[in-house]
Design a protein around this ligand. Structure first.
Ligand code: FAD
Length: 306
C-alpha cells in the first residue's frame, strides 16, 4: 500500500505529493487530468514571486516538479469511491482499487457555466470566472457580473473599484446576497443592478467580448448591453460527488476540514478548492496541500503500523 495517496493533480495535489515524497515515504498521485483548473487558465499574475505566467506553463512545471521525486503518478484515472478503514481504499472507475495508510483528497472544483451561445468561444477572451484573478485585466473597462448571490455581489463590489462600470444581472426578481452586501453595492455610483434578467448570449467581434444579451423575464423582451468583460458568478461546484456518504461535506458539497486539513475520516485529509477553505486560489491550494501532507505524515508517525 501507499503511505500517502493523493487524489487530484492540481496545485493542491502537486504540493501534497512533493511534501509527502520529501519525507521519504511511499507516495502516489491519482489524477483525472494532471494540472487541474490551471490548464484552463491563461494569464496568471498573482502567483507570488512570478510576475506573469500562463496556465499550461505552470501546469507543466507542477508536473515536472512532482516527477523530480519518487512519486507514482497515475494520470487519466478517476476515483469512484473511498472506503474508510485501517488501510483506506480508493476505488477507481477503471475497476482497480488502491490502498493507502493515508489519503489526501484534492479533487478541486469547477465553475458553474451559463450554457449560452458565445460563452465557450469567448472564455478567457472576456468571459471570466474569477474576479481576484482577472479583475485587474479589465481596469477602466465595462463589465457585467452574472449572479446576485453573495459571490456575485462581492465580485461586483470588488470590480467596481477597478473597472469603469459594473452591470449586475440576477435571474431572480431580487438579489439573494446578504443585506449588508446589497447595501454596499447599491451605494456605489458605477454599478447598475438588473433583476429578472436571464442572460441569453455572449456577443463578440470574433476576437473578444463586446456585449451581452439578456431576456427580461417579466415581459420576455430582449436587451443588449455593451461591455468588454463578463464575470460568471453562479456557483463553484466541488468535485466531491464520489465522497457522498463517506466523508462529511458542507451543504455546498465542500469537504469539511479542520485547521490541519483533517476530514471526518481518520487518515483522510483534504486540501484546496474541494474543501471548505475560503478563497479558491492557486497559492492557497498549494499551501493547503502542503499542510495536508504534513498532517498525513504526522498521522503516520503516530499510528501503530511500522
Ligand atoms: P484543481 O486545480 O481543480 O485540481 C483538481 C484535480 O483533481 C485535477 O487534477 C482533476 O483532474 C482531479 N480530479 C477531480 N476529480 C477527480 C476524481 N474523481 N478522481 C481523480 N482525480 C480527480 N487562481 C489563481 O490563483 N490565479 C489565477 O489567475 C487563476 N485564474 C483562474 C482562471 C480560470 C479560468 C479558472 C477556472 C481558475 C483560476 N484560478 C486562478 C483558480 C485556481 O485555478 C484554483 O484555485 C486551483 O487550481 C485549485 O487547485 P486544486 O488543486 O484545489 O484543484
Amino acid at each position: 500500500p501507499f503511505d500517502v495517496l493523493v487524489v487530484g493533480g492540481g496545485p493542491a495535489g502537486a504540493a501534497a505529493a512533493i511534501y509527502a515524497a520529501r519525507k521519504g515515504i511511499r507516495t502516489g498521485v491519482l489524477a483525472e487530468r494532471f494540472g487541474g483548473q490551471v490548464l484552463d487558465t491563461l494569464a496568471i499574475e498573482n502567483f507570488i514571486s512570478v510576475e506573469h505566467t500562463e496556465g499550461p506553463k505552470l501546469a507543466a512545471a507542477l508536473e515536472q516538479h512532482v516527477k523530480s521525486y519518487e512519486v507514482d503518478i497515475m494520470n487519466l484515472q478517476r476515483a469512484r469511491a473511498l472506503v474508510p478503514g485501517e488501510l483506506v481504499e480508493v476505488q477507481l472507475e477503471s475497476g482497480a482499487t488502491l490502498q493507502a495508510r493515508s489519503v489526501i483528497i484534492a479533487t478541486g472544483a469547477r465553475w458553474r457555466e451559463m450554457n449560452v451561445p458565445g460563452e465557450q468561444e469567448y472564455r478567457g477572451k472576456g468571459v471570466a470566472y474569477c474576479p481576484h484573478c482577472d479583475g485587474p485585466l479589465f481596469k477602466g473597462k465595462r463589465v457585467a457580473v452574472i449572479g446576485g448571490g453573495n459571490s456575485g455581489v462581492e465580485a461586483a463590489i470588488d470590480l467596481a473599484g477597478v473597472v469603469a462600470h459594473v452591470t449586475l444581472l440576477e435571474f431572480d426578481s431580487q438579489l439573494r446576497a446578504d443585506a449588508v452586501l446589497q447595501r454596499k453595492l447599491l451605494s456605489l455610483p458605477n454599478v447598475t443592478v438588473i433583476t429578472s434578467a436571464q442572460t441569453s448570449e455572449v456577443m463578440g467581434n470574433g476576437e473578444k467580448v463586446n456585449g451581452l444579451r439578456y431576456t427580461d423575464r417579466t415581459d420576455g423582451s430582449s436587451h443588449a448591453v455593451e461591455l468588454e468583460g463578463i464575470f460568471v458568478q453562479i456557483g463553484l461546484l466541488p468535485n466531491t460527488d464520489w465522497l457522498k456518504g463517506t466523508v462529511a461535506l458542507s451543504p455546498r458539497g465542500e469537504i469539511e476540514i479542520d485547521a490541519r486539513g483533517q476530514t471526518s475520516v481518520p487518515g483522510v485529509f483534504a486540501a484546496g478548492d474541494a474543501t471548505t477553505v475560503p478563497y479558491k486560489q492557486i497559492v492557497i491550494a498549494m499551501g493547503e496541500g502542503s499542510k495536508a501532507a504534513l498532517s498525513a505524515f504526522d498521522h503516520l508517525i503516530r499510528s501503530s503500523a511500522p
